[in-house]
Write a protein that binds this ligand. Structure first.
Ligand SMILES: Cc1ncc(COP(=O)(O)O)c(C=O)c1O
Length: 377
């Protein structure tokens, strides 16, 4: 971090984390195994309604394991939201598979189910088979899962929910990450609940969670010596970090309340500026509003998102463009993509505003005043 006055989404500890860390130290469970790891998994299930969970070292690791468990291998294709962070798509390539990028809907900024089906049909015509799909719940809002799950069922595609940004958000009353065959979460430092770094893989199928635990601990077969009949990974979450996660779960609902209040405050003060449009909340669920995001139409407002970002930067306030779509990333050039222009427009005009749950009234006013001034300049 380079000394900003206000950051985008910094970690926010409750204080209780230290008790759990002390407990880990005093019991000497300083390893990627231990009572906090077991308890964190159980408490995560209780919090989200997931049936089974395996705690791992990052969201990216969780997705990599999900790819392996879904049977994705070299030569396969995997459909993935194009409007996302690269951590959603990299694990496809770790398996030697090809991502097929799918654009998003205006109303949710998440995977467009119709485009997904078009892509599947088109890949089939080309003699390709989409083996799995990764639906991302971006910026804390659920994708429209019912039609996506229905399509995946009809075409025999394993669906993975990337709920890295959406812990605690709901879709038709259920928590994101818990509805598809496999769900993954991230506890990276910028997330609504953090362990500094960490992730979770959840499933309704006990065998999937057990397989994830097995692969994440170097695929050790049951034997007194070290015996391996599969390739493993060192992906388990540390017991110390799981302790931090347990304390963080206690404040999840409070954090969601604060994130939503931050969104409302920005909305109230800035949505009247011509050309400013905030991320919509689809009627089917409740977003955790991980980051407050908006688009700025230069024709309507007379200023650009980049001008606003630079004005904030000049006051030492961090903001960031929305995710650059994966199909536009140099590393994925040439990957098949089914595009409708929505993610490209969002990237061109979009901005994430500071949304840290430790922001106070002065911080919010500073951001709002700076944007108001810059938009009238
Ligand atoms: C949508 C999305 N997917 C995957 C990841 C990867 O998670 P991690 O950073 O824990 O590896 C992140 C964030 O970091 C993310 O925002």
């Amino acid at each position: 971090m380079n000394n900003k006055r206000i950051y985008l989404s910094p970690p926010h500890m409750s204080g209780e984390e230290l008790d759990f860390i002390h407990e880990a130290f005093s019991s000497n469970w300083i390893a990627p195994v231990g009572p906090h790891v077991d308890a964190f998994e159980k408490e995560f299930c209780r919090t989200t309604g997931a049936a089974h969970a395996a705690a791992v070292s990052s969201g990216t690791a969780a997705l990599h394991l999900a790819m392996i468990i879904a049977g994705v291998r070299s030569g396969d294709e995997v459909a993935c939201s194009t409007f996302t962070f690269a951590g959603s798509a990299f694990p496809i390539v770790y398996r030697g598979a090809t991502p097929v990028f799918i654009d998003c809907e205006e109303r949710s900024w998440n995977m467009d189910p119709q485009l997904l089906e078009d892509a599947i049909k088109n890949r089939t015509q080309k003699g390709k088979k989409i083996k799995a799909a990764i639906a991302v719940h971006l910026y804390g809002q659920s994708a429209d899962l019912d039609p996506i799950m229905d399509i995946c069922r009809r075409y025999d595609i394993t669906l993975i929910e990337d709920a890295a940004e959406s812990l605690g958000a709901t879709y038709k009353g259920k928590y994101t990450g818990t509805m598809a065959s496999i769900g993954v979460f991230s506890f990276n430092g910028n997330k609504i609940v953090t362990t500094s770094g960490g992730g979770m893989i959840v499933s309704g199928d006990k065998e999937i969670a057990e397989k994830a635990r097995f692969l994440a601990t170097q695929a050790r077969d049951p034997a007194p010596h070290y015996e391996h009949s599969s390739i493993g990974y060192n992906y388990r979450l540390s017991n110390v970090l799981a302790g931090i996660g347990r304390a963080q779960l206690h404040v999840l609902q409070e954090r969601i309340g604060k994130k939503r209040a931050i969104f409302s405050r920005y909305f109230l003060n800035l949505s009247g500026i011509p050309g400013f449009a905030f991320m919509p909340e689809a009627e089917y669920g409740i977003s955790n509003r991980w980051l407050t995001c908006l688009t700025i139409d230069p024709d309507g407002s007379g200023c650009t998102a980049e001008e606003i970002r630079l004005a904030l930067e000049a006051e030492n306030i961090e903001s960031r463009p929305l995710w650059k779509p994966m199909h536009a990333q140099p590393v994925f050039s040439g990957a098949p993509a089914y595009i409708n222009g929505v993610s490209e427009r969002l990237f061109r005009n979009g901005l994430c505003l500071p949304s840290g749950t430790n922001m106070n009234e002065n911080d919010l006013s500073a951001v709002i005043n700076c944007i108001t001034k810059a938009s009238h300049a």
